[in-house]
Structure formats: structure tokens, C-alpha cells
Write a protein that binds this ligand. Structure first.
Ligand code: 77K
Ligand code: MG
Length: 214
């Protein structure tokens, strides 16, 4: 039952996870997607790399590109210091609707602003909309062909400070070759690859951590 895969994930979360307990919601999504049907969440293995980066950066302002069901949104939001904000952009209305409900079940919706629309249209509005200046951390996990143009747009909109960390999912599978070449060859980034596995599968994937040097 459940019309879509995101709906089926939401139903499983609502039926099995403890309301207000983010870790139980994260575990519920992982067990559903590992045992019932695969879904493109960052997953538990790469999720531990994401957690470590969030804890290291201790960001005040976080941007996520690509919300999907809100799995990585939860992983980030549950680790944020008080007063920090996570803005997540999703262009698919149905995914956003499901993510909002999953974030609500986890009790994390107060730290998160979920915007629906094209990242290329939303990014230029963020400073004014949220009265903010620079992001401390950007998690990139949307269309793989959008990674590079949106990174250049973040630079152009002056949303990156010296020290801002970009963390990109799927740089090996499905891959983001143009993005990788850019961050690894530009003098404006210090880049490092974190090898891992594609969510819920024994397939190589990894995340690229790139520090903007200003
Ligand atoms: C429809 N859509 C809305 N947002 C997006 C952006 N995300 C992805 O495309 C994405 C894809 C895969 C993946 C798919 C098939 C496969 F065989 C191997 C990997 C994994 C991920 O972690 C992803 O983030 C896609
Ligand atoms: Mg991904």
C-alpha cells in the first residue's frame, strides 16, 4: 500500500518509530530501505561521515540541496547547536510533503526550513529571506548535474565564507565528474575524498569534503 516509495517509507516510520525520537526515525528509515525497498537516502554508512563533519564544523547556518524524504536533513538537524538553522531545498513537491511529515515525527521541524522549488531560483533569495550572510556547511545531494552550477551560484551570491565546508554525496556513484574536477583543481578549494559505499548496497561510493578558501 502507499502510492509512492516515499509514502511507504513515511507509513513505516509512523508505524514503527518513536514520536520525537530522531534516532529511532533514522533507524526506521534505514531498516526499511535495507530490508524492504532501496531508496536514495545517504544511508547509515555515509551518514556517519556526515555526522562527523557536522560535529566538527558546529555550523550556525547549514544549506542542504536535495531533501528527498528528509533522512539526511534529520541526521544534520539532530546534531546542530541550539539556535542553528538548517535550510533544505527540494524541487519535488511530493518529496517535500513526505519529508515535512518525517521531520515532524522526529520532532526536528523547528530547526529546519524546507523550501520547495529549483535550487537555482531559491539560492539567490536566501540571504534576504533568512536575514543571513554566509553558510558554514553545505550538504550537496540533489541532481548530480546540478552540483557544479549550484556551487558556482553559491560563490556568485557570496554565500560561502573562507572556511565554509561543502560535503557532496555520490561523487563516485552515480558520480559528479565535472563537480569533482572543479573542486579538486580550483585554487579556491581544499578537497578530500571520503571513500564509503552506496546506501544499503555493497557498491563503492564516497563523499567529497571541500573547504572554500575565500
Ligand atoms: C529523482 N531525484 C530527486 N533527487 C535526486 C537526487 N539524488 C540522486 O539522484 C541520487 C541517486 C542515487 C542512485 C540512483 C540509482 C543508482 F543505481 C545508484 C545511485 C543515489 C543517491 O544517493 C542520490 O542522491 C533524484
Ligand atoms: Mg545521495
Amino acid at each position: 500500500s502507499g502510492k509512492s516509495r516515499p509514502m511507504r517509507i513515511l507509513q513505516y516510520v509512523q508505524n514503527t518509530a518513536v514520536q520525537g525520537d530522531a534516532n529511532s526515525v533514522i533507524s526506521a528509515v534505514d531498516s526499511y530501505c535495507a530490508n524492504v525497498e532501496w531508496a536514495m537516502n545517504v544511508g547509515d554508512k555515509k551518514g556517519e561521515i556526515l555526522d562527523a563533519v557536522v560535529l566538527d564544523v558546529r555550523p550556525r547556518w547549514v544549506l542542504e540541496l536535495g531533501t528527498y524524504c528528509g533522512y539526511s536533513t534529520m541526521r544534520i538537524a539532530r546534531l546542530l547547536p541550539p539556535g542553528a538553522r538548517l535550510i533544505t531545498l527540494e524541487m519535488n513537491h511530493h518529496y517535500a510533503q513526505v519529508a515535512k511529515q518525517i521531520l515532524g515525527h522526529a520532532g526536528l521541524d523547528s530547526q529546519v526550513d524546507l523550501l520547495v522549488g529549483a535550487s537555482s531560483a531559491l539560492i539567490p533569495q536566501l540571504k534576504k529571506k533568512f536575514d543571513m550572510d554566509k553558510f558554514d556547511l553545505v550538504f550537496i545531494d540533489h541532481w548530480k548535474t546540478s552540483y557544479l552550477p549550484d556551487t558556482k551560484l553559491l560563490e556568485e551570491c557570496d554565500l560561502l565564507a573562507s572556511g565554509t565546508v561543502l560535503l557532496a554525496d555520490n561523487v563516485t556513484c552515480p558520480g559528479a565528474p565535472e563537480y569533482l574536477h572543479y573542486v579538486r583543481n580550483s585554487p579556491r578549494y581544499k578537497s578530500l575524498y571520503f571513500p564509503s559505499q552506496l546506501e544499503y548496497l555493497r557498491v563503492e561510493d564516497g563523499m567529497e569534503k571541500s573547504v572554500f578558501l575565500g
